[in-house]
Design a protein around this ligand. Structure first.
Ligand code: DQA
Length: 148
């Protein structure tokens, strides 16, 4: 793979953004959020690889692939898997991929089961509660860290 790449990993049910609980997650679709991120990344010469899946193993394999192909880092909204997935945590740690955890909603202002994350302590940082801007802020934070 040539060029500077960042993985944008989207977990279960995020394919429904736009119609899914818009009072919590906003009205933008995943494609619209991705296009915003693409513009942000292009401005600094970075290409994004967008992966969304409702299947944990597909997300694990996307992380493995990023570990093999020279991907610089990842913006990760693991959605519900954030709170449950030892497998995603282990994959991110195994390939040593720098990542930022993002959430559209403020998970700490919601049900208590959303207050814990299997990923957060291994993340560069966490952005939660800014809607679609969480992704932009997370991407900027990741790129700033990668630039050293
Ligand atoms: C979410 C928050 C999670 O608790 C939830 O399961 C999601 C989306 C967010 O972006 O706010 O699916 O990650």
């Amino acid at each position: 793979m040539t060029g500077r790449h960042v993985l944008v990993l989207q977990g279960p049910n995020l394919d429904l953004l736009g119609t899914r609980e818009p009072e919590i997650y906003g009205s933008l679709t995943l494609g619209e959020i991705g296009a915003r991120m693409d513009r942000e990344a292009e401005a600094v010469g970075v290409t994004l690889r967008h992966v969304q899946s409702n299947h944990e193993g597909v997300l694990v394999e996307a992380i493995h692939e990023a570990g093999r192909d020279g991907t610089l880092g990842a913006v990760v909204n693991a959605a519900a898997y954030t709170h449950t997935s030892v497998a995603l945590r282990d994959a991110l740690v195994a390939v040593d991929l720098p990542f930022v955890e993002v959430h559209l909603s403020n998970v700490f202002a919601r049900e208590s089961f959303r207050h814990s994350s299997m990923l957060a302590d291994r993340a560069i940082g966490v952005v939660s509660g800014f809607g679609a801007d969480s992704y932009i802020l997370g991407l900027r934070g990741l790129l700033a860290r990668l630039a050293g």
